[in-house]
Design a protein around this ligand. Sequence first.
Ligand SMILES: [Zn+2]
Length: 148
Amino acid sequence: MTVPELDATALPQVFGRPVPLPSGVDAPFHTGLTEHRLVLQQCTCGAWQWPPEVICHRCRGFDPGWAETEPEGLLYTWTRVWHPAREELRAVVPYVVAVVELPAAGGVRLVGNLLLDDVATAEIRTGTPVRGLFADQDGYTLLQWRPV
Ligand SMILES: [Zn+2]
């Protein structure tokens, strides 16, 4: 009996620094990020949704479309991370994980890092207007946020 080799690209990365794991359905989002554009799922019925799905949650139509929106939002909630969940994150703590609501995109919410000048002591308030910035990495682009 032969044991099939595992395809490492099909498995979540458990160790190392976390990186995006595109699902395929979210390909337009990741492609948009590499072009420094925020592209989210918006159905022909007008509904925005995130995370993307193969069906629209409002009209039940299949294969909802995509649309570009401004990377502008409001800080919905956040947490300041002091303890590294992985050894590779030890050098970057503290950092702030934010949930940003996008009023211009139907109020969908995205998760990202909130970049601050002094992460350890900065006063952070929900509802703060934030703007996205596109941070190119080795082979992918992250959407991160800064207070306006
Ligand atoms: Zn729809």
